[in-house]
Ligand binder design. Structure first.
Ligand SMILES: Cc1cc2nc3c(=O)[nH]c(=O)nc-3n(C[C@H](O)[C@H](O)[C@H](O)COP(=O)(O)OP(=O)(O)OC[C@H]3O[C@@H](n4cnc5c(N)ncnc54)[C@H](O)[C@@H]3O)c2cc1C
Length: 356
């Protein structure tokens, strides 16, 4: 069956949905094809930046966006020693309408865009519909071939075909475009940990020690952790997580207690105080080897415990999210997130454990 529209867009991510909305508002017949049944992708595009919020204002969606569940980041601070931190970026000083980063799940933003676009009579969104190839006529691309989740196939002819189908784009490949690729030496391991309701939520806290690096992002009800691993470490990390899960299902002995709680976000300090305090903290840290030390804690077993803790956090988060949480996911930096679901353990851990 061949259908017809003016513009067909492959992919209902942020690019496809915003383009579809803009074209529909301009009165253009537009069809967006999205291969997934929903927008539920964890951790993707969750930090929404000031310029993006300006764009949402311009689209008349600012108020609706502000009403979505979200937390706001106003500072970036590096920890110093075990209990202190130095603020290196204060977004509140920016002279912009929204001097903060809003953290909101991408699926909520995409749902908002989809609902706004669907209010336009010329907009069509077809979920569960994957673009499988391109149509060509007289040497030009004239539409797409698609397959639905039920296995039905069809064609849509269009004056304009747009590739918004992400970094493994079928449309790009089929049209013969070749991306330039650059080697990336790291992977980002994303997972979540529980946080106390009283923990501070306005600060993005990178953690680094002994050439290990992680970022702690406070979210509604949990911490989102990006652990930066060397390229090639992923199989060992996964093996550690799997081994730990196995052990928690069939415990030969009671699991070792977790390190005592320390706040993921240390108390606030000012930059000018650092040198004196830093030396004091160094010696304090040396006396407590392992308790404030990323490297000391970066064994596979330790990481595995943290990933299990992420599974525990799932129970917290599930209460106000429509999908189960990700226990651990590895993604090439800036790239694809592999998803894994984990066991429902009740283990609790702290962000401070994960990254120190
Ligand atoms: C782990 C991770 C974390 C990130 N965190 C942030 C962040 O905090 N803040 C931020 O601003 N950015 C973040 N990004 C980047 C951000 O997610 C991307 O820049 C953004 O999603 C790109 O939008 P897009 O619409 O071009 O592509 P995508 O978001 O990749 O959307 C492509 C869409 O096309 C669909 N699709 C793919 N193939 C087909 C097909 N053949 N037919 C039909 N549909 C198809 C996919 O299902 C998807 O919905 C993150 C990315 C990753 C991977």
């Amino acid at each position: 069956m061949t259908e017809r529209t003016t513009c067909v867009i492959a992919g209902g991510g942020p690019a496809g949905m915003v383009l579809g909305l803009l074209l529909a508002r301009a009165g253009v017949d537009v069809t967006v094809l999205e291969k997934h049944a929903d927008f539920l992708r964890d951790f993707r595009g969750d930090t929404v930046h000031p310029s993006t919020m300006d764009l949402l204002d311009e689209l008349g969606l600012g108020e609706k966006f502000a009403a979505l569940p979200q937390s706001t980041l106003t500072e970036i601070a590096f920890p110093v020693g075990t209990d202190d931190q130095v603020t290196i970026g204060d977004l509140r000083r920016l002279r912009v309408r929204h001097p903060y980063i809003a953290i909101t799940p991408q699926w909520d933003l995409l749902t908002l865009l989809a609902q706004s676009a669907e209010a336009e009579p010329t907009f069509t969104l077809r979920m569960r519909t994957e673009v499988t190839g391109l149509l060509r006529e007289a040497g030009r691309i004239s539409g797409v071939r698609y397959r639905t989740e039920d296995g039905d196939t069809g064609e849509i002819r269009a004056d304009l075909t747009v590739a918004c189908d992400g970094r493994h784009s079928t449309v790009r490949r089929e049209s013969g475009l070749r991306p330039r690729e650059f080697p990336v030496p790291i992977d980002a391991w994303w997972f979540r940990l529980p946080r106390d309701p009283g923990d501070e939520t306005s600060t993005l806290t990178p953690r680094m020690h002994n050439r290990r690096f992680a970022i702690v992002i406070p979210r509604e009800g949990y911490y989102q952790i990006a652990y930066i691993a060397k390229k090639g470490e992923d199989p060992a990390l996964r093996a550690g997580v799997d081994g730990r899960r196995q052990a928690s299902r069939h415990p030969a002995e009671p699991p070792a207690p977790l390190a005592p709680r320390r706040s993921a976000v240390p108390r606030r300090r000012r930059a000018r105080d650092v040198p004196a305090r830093r030396s004091r903290n160094q010696s304090r840290g040396a006396g407590r080897r392992g308790s404030g030390d990323v490297a000391g804690r970066a064994t596979a077993a330790r990481r595995c415990r943290h990933a299990d803790a992420g599974a525990g956090a799932r129970q917290t988060v599930a209460a106000h999210r429509r999908r189960p949480a990700v226990a651990a996911s590895a993604a090439p930096a800036g790239g694809r997130a592999g998803r894994r679901s984990g066991p429902s353990t009740r283990r609790t851990s702290r962000a401070g454990d994960a990254v120190r």
